[in-house]
Design a protein around this ligand. Structure first.
Ligand code: ADP
Length: 253
């Protein structure tokens, strides 16, 4: 039986300035799925994630994560989740292995820096300082840090924005690997090809509400059933294929 690991019931968020960012969101996330939250800028995606992550107060409604009421026990929730920050900020003068040890200690677990780093393709950088990493490496490192306590649910807010095609593909593999190891992944993205490829189910948000929620293939089928048509363009390769063909799949930095 698929287990529900996260449940939102009629959740709303009104910021102090009166903005109603989330207006009655209800959804269930199932253990082991990659769940996408899609929607235009300002739709309320980040606010929704931040309420689940205990970073924002919930104005009304209930969020339950692995049986815990998020509003009642934020500390217990923090131990069970991993959050990849949008702009990771680590102390530049600290070695990668030390950062991992620090974060592990904060969670009261034992770090295995070499294992953590090899999972994100940074095994040869253990003795490097954070400041020596390129943008893509820094991003992969932030994922290793966010996974140090083996969270049950892993949140990523626009993880592939601004990455080159190699790094994007590498990150998709990493997300699948996180899921293979038993975690549930919840992400936001503006890339519909990515959502289609990666997500088992997606919720589409607009103006603080969920306007559709299903497997990508079902949403597409439903659109076609409504009579949607577009000019057929059968493209056997696209510019991204050219790019990958010429520059290879190898991760660059
Ligand atoms: P998304 O992640 O979908 O782009 P957000 O959750 O960031 O959407 O924002 C939803 C709405 O809430 C927007 O109108 C945004 O301007 C507003 N908002 C976000 N953060 C705050 C805040 N700290 N204070 C007031 N309004 C905010």
């Amino acid at each position: 039986m698929a287990q529900t690991v996260l449940s939102l019931t009629d959740v709303t968020k009104r910021y102090e300035n009166g903005t109603e960012a989330v207006r009655g969101v209800s959804l269930d996330v199932i253990e082991g799925e990659i769940f996408g939250i899609l929607g235009p800028n300002g739709a309320g995606k980040t606010t929704t994630l931040e309420m689940i992550e205990t970073l924002q107060t919930i104005t009304s409604g209930t969020i339950t994560l692995l049986g815990i009421n998020v509003a009642d026990d934020p500390l217990a929730v923090k131990k069970l989740i991993g959050v990849q920050p949008q702009t990771p900020g680590f102390q530049d003068k600290t070695r990668l292995s030390e950062v991992l040890e620090l974060f592990a200690a904060a969670y009261g677990v034992k770090a295995d820096p070499m294992k953590s780093l090899s999972e994100v393709g940074l095994a040869d950088k253990a003795r490097c300082f954070v400041e020596e990493l390129s943008g893509g490496q820094r991003q992969r490192f932030s994922i290793a840090v966010a996974l140090v306590h083996q969270p049950r649910i892993f949140f990523m807010d626009e993880p592939t924005t601004g990455l080159d095609p190699q790094a994007r593909r590498n990150l998709w593999e990493l997300m699948r690997e996180v899921r293979r190891r038993g975690a549930t992944v919840i992400l936001t993205t503006h890339y519909m090809d990515e959502a289609r490829l990666l997500c088992d189910r997606v919720a589409i948000m607009d103006t603080g509400k969920i306007i559709a929620l299903d497997a990508p293939a079902n949403l597409i089928a439903a659109l076609l059933m409504r009579g949607f048509k577009k000019e057929q363009q059968v493209e056997e390769a696209n510019l991204e294929d050219v790019f990958i063909d010429l520059t290879g799949k190898e991760l660059r930095d």
